[in-house]
Design a protein around this ligand. Structure first.
Ligand SMILES: NC(=O)c1ccc[n+]([C@@H]2O[C@H](COP(=O)([O-])OP(=O)(O)OC[C@H]3O[C@@H](n4cnc5c(N)ncnc54)[C@H](OP(=O)(O)O)[C@@H]3O)[C@@H](O)[C@H]2O)c1
Length: 319
């Protein structure tokens, strides 16, 4: 039986292990592809820890949630497989789900950048009626997805982007990278609320990577300072670095034209996602939107899992 090297989740309490597994066989509508690079994103880690809504129901299971792959005709592609797993030298994928990648694109850079960048791209392009010229608050802008959100919002025509986050040095870098205004989120709740109210009271969209108590504070601050109450405000939940739940008052929902919705795997039609991500891959390959890859070989998958990324960097496993 032909075998391939892979990274297997054998227990949700341990990092994936380097193993040899039987090469997969393609079913109808599927094709085998060679995996070149796999990003180790927060969702990738969450899935492998049994904490994500797409985590496998049975173990052992392949680790990895997305991949840059080479098809049999030599062309490159990007696939997002979530809990189905991508960390093996060879996997089978649905042919219709392969997003074309331009020749000459850097697989490691794409594997590092796609997942953080697609979160804001999908939100602005498919979840809200975002229009060029509108104002966007990125809540939690100092992580990779939030930083990409600043660039993506600008790329898609935002008139004003406000970056809010904890890390002051990273916020200053974001100013140089296109943010029109920054708000530092500090333990001083009154100062944070005042800064959010001053900078973001009249935004059209909030891209929220934090959630939890910091979002409760931010919602109170922004809604309380809003003067154009019937101007639509879409607050999009994308990440949960600050917690998975909030308490939302009915008053907040009634006092302004205010909508709360989420954006992620499961909330967007596959075909729509394919179309949008083809455009995003091309935009990343063209340059100007990049997360720095921190590479590990597949046989060091446990070390890759233990590595903590510096701001602006993402662990990538190269096969
Ligand atoms: N729905 C989607 O489509 C989608 C796609 C990609 C990512 N995500 C989610 O988005 C989130 C961020 O992902 P990422 O790739 O940016 O991860 P990342 O690069 O690891 O960044 C996470 C950042 O969160 C910040 N943070 C942590 N706790 C915080 C808090 N209490 N308040 C404010 N900021 C806090 C930290 O920045 P500081 O230390 O500088 O504050 C950290 O750098 C994750 O929850 C991820 O699962 C969702």
């Amino acid at each position: 039986m032909p075998m391939v090297n892979a990274a297997l989740v054998e227990s949700f309490d341990e990092p994936p292990h380097f193993r040899s597994v039987p090469a997969p066989e393609a079913g109808p509508g599927q094709e085998p592809v060679d995996v070149l690079a796999v990003g180790v994103h927060p969702a990738t880690r969450g899935i492998a820890a049994g904490k994500h809504y797409t985590s496998p129901k049975k173990l052992p299971a392949l680790a990895g949630a997305d991949a840059v792959v080479r098809r049999a005709d030599g062309s490159l592609g990007y696939v997002m497989v979530m809990g189905a797993g991508s960390l093996a030298e060879r996997i089978v994928v649905d042919s219709a789900a392969v997003i074309p990648v331009p020749d000459g694109a850097d697989p490691a850079l794409l594997a590092a950048t796609m997942n953080p960048a697609l979160s804001s791209w999908a939100a602005l392009r498919t979840r809200v009626p975002f229009q060029a010229g509108q104002a966007v608050l990125v809540h939690g802008a100092t992580g990779n997805a939030g930083s990409m959100a600043v660039k993506v919002a600008k790329h898609l025509g935002a008139g004003r982007v406000i970056a809010a986050g904890r890390n002051r040095a990273r916020l200053d870098e974001l100013t140089a990278e296109g943010a029109d205004d920054i708000v530092q989120l500090t333990p001083d709740e009154d100062a944070t609320a005042a800064a959010l109210a001053g900078a973001a009271a009249e935004v059209d969209v909030v891209l929220d990577y934090v959630w939890g108590p910091p979002t409760e504070l931010a919602m109170r601050a922004v809604l309380g300072a809003r003067t154009q109450h019937t101007r639509l405000l879409d607050w999009v939940q994308i990440g949960g670095t600050g917690g998975d739940a909030i308490t939302l008052s009915g008053h907040a929902l009634r006092s302004n034209a205010f909508r709360v919705l989420g954006s992620g795997f499961g909330s967007v039609e596959t075909q729509v996602m394919q179309r949008e991500f083809t455009e995003l891959v091309a935009a990343i390959a063209a340059g100007g939107m990049a997360v720095r890859p921190h590479p590990f070989p597949l046989d060091q998958v446990e070390a890759a899992w233990a590595h903590q990324d510096a701001p602006g960097e993402r662990t990538v496993i190269l096969l």
